[in-house]
Every structure is written in C-alpha cells, then in structure tokens.
Write a protein that binds this ligand. Structure first.
Ligand code: HEM
Length: 528
C-alpha cells in the first residue's frame, strides 16, 4: 500500500476535513470558513494572474512552450474534490474521468485535495512522469503522512541513497531470483496453508482480513525472521492503529484521543518493538564476530532485512533502520491482500474463469506426492491462467489508481507547458480502463492476457502500469504475484464457497465495503 495508501490517505484526510465542514452542525465554523473562502478567492485571482503572466511570456517563447492543459478548477477551496469523492464512492467512478477527457482531452487541469492538479489519462505522459523521477518530477507527501512513514522510509528517500536502498529491497526481498533461491516460497506456502487450515470446515470468513493476516505475517518473517505468535499479534494490533492514521484527519498529534493521535502513539510502539529487535541482533552479531571459530553460529545467522541493514556498508543508525523496516511493513499491507480478495471476487462473479483457474491448479496438485507438499518455483511458473487473472484484477481494480508527483522543472508535452511546482497526477486507472487501448475495457476478461507478450507489450507502451515504473517501480511486484498465486492455489483446490452480498468501492481505497465475506466449505485439508 504505502504509496497507494499514502497518496489516497492524504487525499482521504483532506476530503474528510471538507466533508466535516459541509455538515450543518458545524455552523460555528462558518466565519472562519467564509474568511478562508475569501482568502482562497484572492489567492486564486493572484495565482491566475501569475499564470496569465506566464502564458504571455510563453506565447512569445520557443518551441514546446505553451499553455497549461485546459480544464476546470471547480469551486473555491474544495475544487472538484467532492465530485471526485462522490464518483469514487460508487461502483462506477469512470464518468468523472470520461467526462473531463471528452471535454478537454487526456491531459486536463483540475483542482483536487487542496491543490490545482494536472490530471493525466495519457499513457505517453504517464511514461514521462514515471521516467522523470528525480529529474523533472519528484514525489511529495504531506507532512502528516511523512511523520507516520518516517523520514528514512524508502518512499521518502531521494537520490543515490534511494537508488541503493530500492535495489537492496528488490534484490534481497522480492526479486524473482530472491524468491526462487530462498526458502521464501516455502514460508508463503506454509503461512497460507496454516491460515486456511484454521477455518472451520463450514464457516463464514472475511476474506480481506484473512489475506491481510497472511501478508502481515509474511512481511514480519521477511524483515525480522519472527514466526506468527504473540509478538507478531501484538505488533499487528498496534500496526492496525497506525494504518488508520493514514486515513484520518491529521489533528495535532498531542491530541492522543483522535485517530491520528492514536496512530502516532502506535507508531512509537511499533518503532520501539523494531528497535528492540535491532538491538538484540546487533548484540548477537557482535558475539558471533568475536567468536570467529563459531562456524555453527555463523550458519545460524538470519538472512532477513535486519541482517542486510546491519551488514550494509553505510552503517545505518537505529532510527534509519526502524523507519526503513516500518515503511516496508506498511507497503504491502493494503495492496496485496486487496488484490488477493478481488481476484477471488472477480472469478466468483465469472464462473468460466473460476473453473479454468481451478482446473489449472488441480493439475498442479495432481503432480504432487501428497496433500501437504508445498508449491515450488516450477509450480509457480506453470500457472499461466492464474497470471492472467492477476493481471486482469490489477487492471480492473487498480488498487494504486495513479501517482502524485510535483514538477521540479517546467514540463513540455504535446504543446502544453506544465509550470514548475505544479502537482501532477498520472492516472493508471484512466489508461487501464480506456476503450481506446483495451477492447471492452470495463469488463473483467482474464483471457485478454493469454497472447504471448501481452503484458510486456502493454507495459512497454505505458498501457499497463499497476506497479508504477521508473526509479520507483514497486520492488514488491513479483512477491505480490507469488503470494496471490499461492493463495489462489490453496483456496481453489481445497474449498468451495459462496459469496455474500458486498459492494466494490474506490474511495478512500479500492476495496469491498464488507471485506468480502464468503461461506466456505472445505473439500480437503492439507496440514494436520
Ligand atoms: C498488488 C500489490 C502491489 C501493488 C499494486 C503495488 C503498487 C505499487 C506502485 C504503483 C508503486 C509506485 C508508487 C510511486 O511511484 O509513487 C509502489 C511502490 C512501492 N511498493 Fe508496491 N505494490 C504492491 C505490493 C507491494 C509489496 C508486497 C511490497 C513489499 C515489499 C511493496 C513495496 C513497495 C515499496 C517499498 C514502494 C516504494 C518504492 C520507492 O518509492 O522506491 N509493494 N507499489
């Protein structure tokens, strides 16, 4: 989630503030609100005149200089935020973008979440934005979000350190080679099976909760090598409070009774727990270093993220390590489980896709010696239709709908000039659901990914970017696929289910309203 949650969370915090202002029992706020409206109007007039000056200067300028993209900035203060929220709270938010693309083209100006924003539904422009990280654009988060993430988190790092830590995360934690050559796939398989075995033979489960539990336990294992147990559960309880903070109004943190205040307190506790682990591991490492002949001890050394950080030549401080680990814990939490859940929802709603999927996994199971045998890398590589289901879920659900960036130079594109300092939103969703690029774009059709190289071609053209791209390409992209695949494997080979009534919404994040309750019926059990 991190980026997704962080982006949509900052959006959400602002929108809640706006919604609060618009309720009638807050008349005592009327005067300050009126004064702010007047101030904002004056500011907008001033800004407009500075844009006009820029326009005039540009009109005589060289090639590539031009006006900012056309559009509408809506109401003072709120801009088009309320319209956007209203659209994204429904099952069909597309008209919000369709309407503006029809009126202004794929690059348009709007005003959302407190700021004039250039909105891109253009795959070419999105490629420019993704590729321009650190040169023409950079990501920026509000301070309330940065405080929760920690200033040394990967999401907030820049420059050479970001490059180094991004590559470390990718190669050590989540690259195909890291997964293939380590016991990670075994751990994933075991965690999924243990969770599924904990379901009563006939029961109702909230699929999203179960998926979140699996991904949290897996990430803890990868970061600090702890197996599920009391420590992990206690950490998860604090962590859930922390996550809520991303979606709350950032009241001053000393107001500890507010959601944001509680989140800050929970962050301190999570950080303290991680700091303690780091200290213990430092002591262990020192003991092992003192005893050069302790071959057994060296063999016991853990190969997790803490080990990587302790061995890094940069010599990270405890605070840096804590921030880095904590943000990784946040990163996969909303995204992977939501895609796990929605993949199940979409195939449940599409019986031919479900039976195709089940057939693929039954074939894999049939090759196994016994029910308990975990999946291996070659099994994972023989799930072509599962990958189609995952791609199509990513395309249709768009858990990370797009990315916010700030232009650090003037951007010139198709005759427009986007002035330095502008906020830009590269919408992946708009491209993924554009009928110009996808046949029957708004229909779930996993078979569209069956042709050779369909993913590579679409990604290369900027038409399929669920994991972003460029320097900030999601380092968890393969890990997420593996976890979702293993989960689908065990679910479809061991259970049948019926889904209860639920509804898909897209604000403040993409999710089903009730967490997708399903009534499951066990067909067989693997672990005893
Ligand atoms: C289906 C699951 C996932 C999706 C759709 C997803 C999507 C994304 C996207 C679009 C970005 C780019 C954000 C930007 O450019 O601002 C990103 C970044 C990131 N993702 Fe993921 N992600 C997923 C799972 C994971 C997992 C499992 C991890 C854990 C390792 C992870 C860790 C991160 C990190 C650390 C970043 C920040 C990278 C940076 O700023 O350098 N993600 N993710």
């Amino acid at each position: 989630m991190a980026p997704a949650a962080a982006a949509s969370a900052s959006a959400s915090a602002y929108s809640r503030y706006i919604l609060l202002l618009s309720t009638s029992d807050h008349q005592f706020l009327l005067l300050p609100v009126l004064m702010s409206v007047v101030a904002v109007l004056v500011l907008q007039l001033l800004r407009r005149s500075s844009w006009m000056r820029k326009k005039m200067n540009n009109s005589g300028g060289g090639e590539g200089k031009g006006l900012p993209p056309p559009g509408s900035v809506g109401l003072p203060l709120v801009g088009e935020t309320l319209r956007l929220i209203a659209a994204y709270k429904t099952e069909d938010p597309e008209p919000f973008i369709d309407e503006r693309v029809r009126r202004h083209g794929r690059l348009f100006t709007t005003h959302v979440f407190g700021e004039r924003t250039v909105f891109s539904a253009d795959p070419e422009f999105n490629r420019v934005v993704l590729g321009g990280e650190g040169r023409s654009v950079e990501c920026s988060y509000p301070s309330s979000i940065s405080t929760l993430l920690g200033r040394h988190s990967l999401l907030l790092m820049r420059g050479a350190l970001h490059k180094r830590m991004h590559s470390l995360t990718l190669t050590r934690l989540a690259s195909p080679a890291a997964i293939r050559d380590s016991p990670l796939l075994f751990h994933i398989d075991r965690l999924v099976q243990t969770t599924l075995d904990s379901w009563a033979p006939q029961s109702r489960v909230l699929l999203l909760d179960q998926a979140k539990k699996i991904t949290f336990e897996l990430t803890v294992k990868q970061l600090v090598s702890y197996d599920p147990g009391e420590w992990t559960e206690a950490l998860r309880r604090e962590y859930l409070l922390l996550i809520e903070g991303f979606f709350s109004i950032p009241f001053p943190s000393f107001l500890s009774f507010t959601t944001y205040g509680r989140a800050i307190k929970a962050r301190r506790k999570v950080a303290e727990a991680l700091r303690e682990v780091i200290r213990k591991r430092k002591e262990e490492k020192m003991r092992q270093n003192d005893d050069h002949d302790d071959k057994e001890g060296q063999g016991r050394r853990k190969k997790d993220m803490v080990a990587e950080l302790l061995e890094a030549e940069e010599g990270f401080s405890e605070e840096e390590m804590v921030d880095f680990l904590l943000a990784l814990l946040v990163a996969g939490y909303e995204t992977t489980p939501t895609i796990m859940t929605l993949a199940v929802k979409f195939v449940t709603d599409n019986p031919p896709a479900l039976s195709f999927l089940a057939e693929e996994h039954e074939k894999i199971r049939a090759r196994k010696k016994d029910e308990m045998e975990p999946l291996d890398w070659s099994d994972y590589k023989s799930m072509p239709f599962t990958q189609c289901v995952i791609n199509e879920t990513l395309r249709v659900a768009n858990i990370v709908g797009g990315i916010f960036r700030r232009a650090v130079t003037d951007l010139h594109f198709k005759g427009y000039t986007i002035p330095k300092g502008s906020k830009v939103f590269a919408s992946f969703r708009a491209v993924h659901l554009d009928p110009e690029y996808y046949e029957e774009a708004r229909t779930f059709n996993p078979w569209r990914w069956q042709t050779n190289d369909a993913v590579q071609q679409a990604s290369g053209a900027g038409l399929f970017t669920p994991f972003g791209g460029g320097a900030r390409l999601c380092p968890g992209y393969e890990l997420a696929r593996v976890v979702i695949s293993v989960f689908l494997h065990h679910l479809v080979t061991r259970f049948s289910w019926e889904a209860a009534e639920d509804k898909l919404v897209f604000f403040p994040t993409t999710r089903t309203l009730k967490g997708y309750p399903i009534n499951v019926c066990r067909r067989r059990k693997s672990l005893s």
